[in-house]
Design a binder for this molecule. Structure first.
Ligand code: NCD
Length: 333
């Protein structure tokens, strides 16, 4: 299994207790974690995902013990955010600090990009100052791929347009695994604006790779085309997706990604697709509710449901830090 050993020494001295990333003999080529970047979940095999979740759980325990890890001593992590963020940005900063990296923030709207500098030139500038890893959030789908190709930086995709949000899917998988155990054979319903959601796309990869089947429900224009994905079902009615679901995930309407054009009125959305405790009762008893946040209570979910014992929205946020610690540790190893 993947093993991160030695919490107190530099990662550059593995024999003295730095990072040891080992793997079972029958692991994927490269015998361990071989990825230089985290661009989306589809680059990870089921085995890598399962190992990742174990490592994230271990990171969570270490964090609960207030251990200061030194797995990224000497690394400088740049947070380059070109879109608003609360959970992702704060948890990456805390995660990078917890594993021993130096952190530098670069809000893109306050950078020289406002003077016309390109994204690639901006990232190359960061690289020249000594930044080694960049956590990149960008409105353009594919921006992290461009960054990975055009610089020597290791890149973590923190959300690119409507394309992917791998660390959200990883923390969702950790949260679901805590609640349900093995996800193999489980039914997960995802409700809302699937078409414009990077969270949905990365979750489709992660959940199906871990053996779950995913049911999508929402306004027709927002779920069309997804039936072609393996292990993904497009429900005709919300009730069909919720029926006996082991878990339910609601998504925010991505108005900033032109979801408005295909949107029914807000009122109709709430009436037809809004989740409340009554609708959740169609799922398995006590089935967990997830939402990546930010939530618009009263739209995707009622305030009552969001605050209920079924809601794991707070746990998702909390799991974000350990998940991102594990990502950073693996990319640095
Ligand atoms: C998501 C995002 O930015 O894609 N938020 C997050 O990172 N937790 C979901 C959203 O904004 O709706």
């Amino acid at each position: 299994m993947l093993e991160i050993d030695g919490s107190t020494s530099s990662r550059h001295q593995p024999s003295a207790g730095g990072v040891v990333v080992s793997a079972d003999a029958d692991s994927s080529p490269g015998n361990g974690w071989t990825h230089r970047h985290l661009l989306d979940v589809d680059q990870l095999s089921r085995r890598e995902l399962e190992r990742f979740l174990e490592l994230a759980a271990e990171m969570r325990e270490r964090r609960q013990q207030h251990e200061q890890l030194h797995l990224l001593d000497g690394e400088v992590v740049g947070l380059a955010f070109g879109e608003p963020s609360t959970r992702t940005r704060v948890s990456f900063e805390l995660a990078a600090t917890a594993v021993g990296a130096q952190v530098v923030g670069l809000p893109i709207e306050a950078s020289s990009m406002t003077k016309g500098e390109s994204l690639v030139d901006t990232l190359r500038t960061l690289e020249r100052t000594g930044v080694t890893m960049v956590i990149l959030r960008h409105p353009m789908s594919g921006a992290p791929y461009l960054a990975a190709r055009s610089t020597g930086l290791r890149i973590v995709n923190a959300g690119d347009g409507s394309h992917a949000h791998p660390t959200q899917a990883l923390l969702d998988a950790l949260t679901l695994r805590d609640a349900l155990g093995d996800l193999d054979g489980k039914k997960v319903a995802i409700v809302g604006d699937i078409a414009h959601s990077r969270v949905a796309r990365s979750n489709l990869h992660a959940l199906t790779a871990l053996g779950a089947s995913v049911w999508l429900a929402g306004p027709p224009a927002w779920i069309r085309g997804f039936a072609a994905w393996p292990q993904v079902h497009v429900a005709d009615r919300l009730e069909e997706a919720l029926d006996e679901a082991d878990a339910v995930m609601a998504l925010r309407i991505q108005l900033e990604r032109e979801a408005g054009g295909d949107m029914p009125s807000l009122r109709e959305y709430i009436v037809r697709w809004g989740l409340d405790t009554k609708r959740m009762a169609l799922a398995r008893r006590g089935a967990p509710l997830l939402h990546p946040g930010p939530t618009n209570e009263g739209v995707e979910v009622t305030a009552e449901l969001a605050a209920s014992s079924q809601s794991l929205i707070g746990a998702q946020v909390a799991n974000g830090v350990a998940t991102r610690m594990a990502v950073l540790a693996l990319l640095a190893a």
